[in-house]
Design a protein around this ligand. Structure first.
Ligand code: AMP
Ligand code: FE
Ligand code: FE
Ligand code: ZN
Length: 284
């Protein structure tokens, strides 16, 4: 029998991915995955379409989101799983993120304009702006528009020269703390996971996070060699935490990463599925 694989980290068009929620369910089936969680940035909008598609195909799906936070002026991503999709705490938090993004994106656009790189609404795909807008618009969309206008040659260049953290057109916006984010996740009876810890460059930040009220750490990540996983497996074991994983698939925005590139086994997936079912029933 084929090895059990569940991808717990991927993005759709509801944030900065390029495949729709329905397409990602189909892609998961095509790639032989036996479980999935969609983790769009600061929104759960994908689940409206994804749940019926997963149900129609008997693909076990658990709730997921990747929440943006800032700790000591450093950006930190927090994954949450198995929370209630009907939680008003999560819904309100997503709305606040939406507003935060609107303000932050405008600040980035203003800075780009002062550098001679104005972007107008018509420079973005019409469906992005006209949709019912619980989607998360972010810097990758701005980078994409910069490429389209010919200001830069690639999305990478847009981040490296202009809109990446610390670059001249970067605006941090008004961020949320890790502590508040953890509180919201736990209010919705979800599990909170430190996302891609290997990307946290400052040792002090990781050290702080390891002392906080997390439930797990992302140990399996796109194209990690097995030796890299060991470090996070040890951290997880020491803390008594779950070790989760996934591809961080974004579609064409990051073409080198395919859905299912990284995954968790049946045991880990079942812990999350059980947690969801025990707390919120068997919606998915
Ligand atoms: P935002 O959440 O709007 O601040 O945008 C951050 C997102 O941009 C991250 O989650 C990544 O998906 C993407 N990103 C960050 N840095 C880069 C980069 N150098 N190249 C491409 N995408 C990036
Ligand atoms: Fe992203
Ligand atoms: Fe992330
Ligand atoms: Zn991600």
């Amino acid at each position: 029998m084929e090895e059990f694989r569940a991808d717990l980290h991927c993005h759709t068009t509801c944030s900065d991915g390029t495949v729709t929620p329905q397409q990602i369910i189909q892609l998961a089936l095509d790639r032989g995955l036996q479980g999935l969680s969609i983790t769009d940035h600061d929104t759960i909008a994908a689940y409206k379409e994804a749940i019926p598609a997963a149900q129609a195909n008997n693909l076990p799906l658990i709730s997921g989101i990747e929440l943006s936070a800032v700790h000591r002026e450093t950006s930190v991503h927090i994954l949450a799983y198995s929370f209630s999709l009907a939680s008003s705490a999560i819904e309100k938090f997503c709305q606040r993120h939406h507003y935060r993004r609107e303000m932050r994106n405008q600040a980035v656009l203003d800075l780009l304009a002062t550098q001679g790189m104005p972007l107008l609404p018509e420079d973005f795909p019409p469906d992005l702006l006209s949709s019912l807008s619980n989607r998360s618009i972010g810097r990758p969309h701005i980078a994409w528009a910069m490429v389209k206008k010919g200001y830069v040659l690639s999305i990478q260049q847009a981040f490296h020269e202009y809109i990446g953290e610390g670059k001249p057109c970067y605006a941090p916006g008004i961020p949320f703390s890790v502590e508040e984010t953890l509180e919201i996740i736990h209010q919705a009876k979800g599990l909170a996971i430190i996302a891609h810890p290997h990307l946290i460059e400052k040792v002090g930040i990781l050290r702080d996070l390891l002392e906080m009220n997390f439930d797990g750490i992302e140990g399996y990540y796109a194209r990690f060699p097995p030796s890299a996983n060991e470090r996070w497996l040890k951290v997880g074991a020491r803390k008594g935490w779950l070790v989760t994983g996934g591809s961080d698939f974004h579609g064409e925005i990051k073409p080198s990463i395919s859905l299912g590139n990284s995954w968790v086994n049946q045991e880990t997936f079942n812990i999350l599925l059980q947690h969801f079912q025990n707390n919120h029933g068997s919606l998915i």
